[in-house]
Design a protein around this ligand. Structure first.
Ligand code: MN3
Length: 200
């Protein structure tokens, strides 16, 4: 069974009032994300990995240096789907409930979390991702290069931001910090984060 690209969870123009143009999604979802799916299918066709879940392919290929190309494409398929779900129109602001309590417990305050997350996203040198993760019951912020993700490292992803230049160049040109601030202020889908936290 071939790997598929899930639909965007919102219309491509739904985030225009919140700083991200439809053109961003035409390229980032329609070309970059799609290319990772197409490449993954080409690289796994006729192999034992073709029938595994995407998560299994990521974990198997991460441990095998001869499968680096498969890992990069599989992880980028997963990372982008996770990123689209991390966004919503009129999102951002502060979380509530158990999630808010755990952020306060593990970072000291929501402002401290935002500072740590922004700093990780801004200082990831070159291409990569910043994440809020659940690491054995403790919430942490991590950053990963290129396609690497928490799944490869046995951590549960809760939230991500793509800081590859293609993620922000149409809307923010070279201003990665402005993209990060806009993400936190207007786009974070805290309901998605809470759902991930609640999963076993
Ligand atoms: Mn990307």
């Amino acid at each position: 069974m071939a790997f598929t690209q899930p639909p965007l969870p919102f219309d491509s123009n739904a985030l225009e009032p919140y700083g991200m143009k439809a053109e961003t999604f035409e390229y980032h979802y329609g070309k970059h994300h799609k290319a990772y799916v197409d490449n993954l299918n080409k690289l796994t066709e006729g192999t034992e990995l073709a029938d595994k879940s995407l998560e299994e392919v990521i974990q198997i290929s991460f441990k095998d240096p001869s499968k680096a190309g498969i890992f990069n494409n599989a992880a980028q398929v997963w990372n982008h789907t996770f990123f689209w779900n991390s966004l919503k129109p009129a999102g951002g602001g502060a979380p509530t409930g158990d999630l808010a309590a755990k952020i306060d417990r593990d970072f000291g305050s929501f402002d401290k979390f935002k500072e740590e997350f922004s700093n990780a996203a801004a200082t990831q040198f070159g291409s990569g991702w910043a994440w809020l993760v659940d690491d054995g019951g403790t919430l942490k912020v991590i950053k990963t290069p290129n396609a690497e993700n928490p799944l490869a490292h046995g951590k549960k992803a809760l939230l991500t931001i793509d800081v590859w230049e293609h993620a922000y160049y149409i809307d923010f040109r070279n201003a990665r910090p402005a993209f990060i601030k806009n993400f936190l202020d207007q786009l974070v889908n805290w309901d998605f984060v809470a759902e991930n936290l609640a999963k076993a």
